[in-house]
Structure formats: C-alpha cells, structure tokens
Design a protein around this ligand. Structure first.
Ligand code: SAM
Length: 290
C-alpha cells in the first residue's frame, strides 16, 4: 500500500499513520467533546484529520507538530489557519504549563506517534495540575496497560504511574484499516483525567518510581526479594503487606505505602545502603522500562 496520503509521504521516523476513516474520526471527536471556549492543544495534528473537525467546534486552539512540512501546511490551511496557533516543536520538550490560562486548564488530545507515546505521557504527567483531561490514540495494548488493575498480567509500571496521576478509561477502539498507512496493531483512544487530589498520598514521586521500577523489573520474584535493597521484610510486614506477593498483586495504594516507607528509610542516616540503591535505580531513566 502507498505511504502517500493527501499528497504527503508518511515519515516513519515521526510515527506518521494518518486517520482517514470518517466514522472513527467522528467517534473520537465526540469522545473529546470540545466546547467553543475550551483551552485545547493537539499533539501531532499531521494532515488535520482531527484538527479540522475540532476547529469547527472551538474558537481557537494550539497544535504542536514536529514535521516542518506538515506545520507549514497547517499554517496555510485554507479554512482553519486563523483558528490555529501552530507550534513547530518536539512535544517531548514543550513546556505545557505556558498554555494554562488563569481559570482554564488545558485539554490535550492527539493521535500520538507510537514510538514516543510512553515518554510523552510521562512528560505530560509532570503538568497534571494544569491539565483538565487528555485523549490519546495509542496502541490498544498500551491502553490496556494504562487501565490495568492489580492482578492482571498487563498491570505494570505504566499502570501504576499513570493511575497515580490520572483515572484512565478506554473510550474508542480503532482498527488498523482506519489509518494510512495501516499499522500492524489495533489501536484505541484512552481518556486520562488528572486526579484533583492525589488519591494516594506519596511523600516523594521519585520514591514511588524507584519502588515500582524495582518491583516490576523482577516481576516474577516476590517483593521480599525484588525490594530487598530498598526495604527489609520486617518493614514490608509492618505495612500490612504480604512480602510473598509479586509486583502484579500490589495495589497502587500499597505501592504508595511502600514508597513512603522507603523514602523515610532513605532519609535516615543509618540506612545508607538503601539510599544508595534508590539513587542508582532512579538515575537510570525509568521511562523506557515498563
Ligand atoms: N493527527 C494526525 C492524524 O490523526 O491523522 C496525525 C497522527 S500521526 C500518528 C502522529 C503525528 O505526530 C504526525 O503528524 C507526526 O509528524 C507528529 N509528531 C511525531 N513526533 C512528534 C513530536 N515529538 N512532537 C510533535 N509532533 C510529533
């Protein structure tokens, strides 16, 4: 099948799979539900499959597009250019807090380039206090992992960290045939709604990342073993958590408790080894190991 769509040759390195199925596009736009005065930003507008119908519903919005040719096309779009602020930049490096308008949080959406979707979501989680909601097209399996609960095979680091920040709900299933070129995998749109109050009190998000990474890096081991450099069996039992559990059985609330205990231990001078290991694990970029 040709990789050309609307006169543009899709660039693999930018994860370009363009939506062309009007029925699916309508379903996605309805799931987003844009209101005319929303403070909206689209990541990766591409050839405008979602941008055009959303532009019909809102007064104005911002789009962030890395591909120079596509950004130029949008700037000169015959019908919607006056409504768009086109930011030609890498969304992974964009400071989303600058889009916050005093009373209005940001609504983010995008059919994300799949090669950077996980680091991009982690980048956005840092701006959760400024975000009302996010709708993202992702690989179906990534959506399943984002929404997975403890006890499921798909429950992992991505599930815990995403659900610490947001509630996650799948909203639209999308077959490969809806895209040009068609990807090899099924896709789905997820709605992520940042929690207004952190549901699980964590004294240090870095400690949560460290604990979760250590537990899921050795997911077949019991947490007595996988967390042994961070917490002793006695410390785990004191939290009312079974040290024979495996990572996938630990709920987010329990991970929060483990993170707080590990953080506290790492602050105490007598627990220098735990502290050292915690630092070593967190200095390894956890975004790429789910
Ligand atoms: N929204 C369009 C659609 O649904 O047909 C295009 C989606 S395509 C899967 C992903 C889009 O993200 C492309 O337009 C690509 O150029 C853009 N993109 C890729 N990497 C990006 C990045 N780091 N920052 C911003 N945009 C990026």
């Amino acid at each position: 099948m040709s990789n050309k769509h609307l006169g543009h040759t899709a660039r693999k390195r930018f994860g370009q799979n363009f939506l062309h199925d009007e029925y699916i596009i309508d379903k996605i736009v309805s799931a987003i539900g844009p209101k005319h005065d929303d403070n909206i930003v689209e990541i990766g507008p591409g050839l405008g499959a979602l941008t055009e119908p959303v532009a019909e519903l809102v007064d104005s919005f911002t789009v962030i597009e890395l591909d120079r040719d596509l950004a130029a096309r949008l700037r000169s779009h015959p019908f919607i250019r006056d409504k768009l602020t086109v930011v030609e930049q890498d969304a992974l490096k964009f400071d989303f807090s600058q889009l916050r308008q005093s009373q209005k949080k940001i609504r983010v959406f995008g059919n994300l380039p799949y090669n950077i979707s996980t680091p991009l979501m982690f980048h956005l989680f840092k701006y959760c206090e400024h975000i009302q909601d996010m709708h993202f097209m992702l690989q179906h399996e990534v959506v399943q992992r984002l929404c997975a609960k403890s006890g499921s095979k798909l429950y992992g680091r991505l599930s815990v960290m995403a659900q610490y920040y947001c509630s996650a709900v799948p909203v639209v299933m999308v077959p490969p045939s809806a895209f040009k070129p068609a990807p090899k995998v099924d896709s789905a749109v997820v709605r992520l709604s940042p929690r207004s109050l952190p549901q699980y009190a964590v004294s240090s998000v870095a400690s949560l990342q460290t604990i979760v990474t250590a537990a899921f890096n050795q997911r077949r081991k019991t947490i007595r073993n996988s967390l042994k450099n961070l917490l002793s069996e006695v410390q785990i039992v004191a939290l009312d958590i079974d040290p024979d559990s495996r990572a996938e059985q630990i709920t987010i609330a329990q991970f929060a408790k483990l993170a707080n205990a590990s953080h506290k231990a790492s602050q105490a001078p007598s627990h220098e080894p735990s502290h050292k290991v915690a630092q070593e694990i967190s200095s390894h970029d956890p975004r790429h190991s789910d």
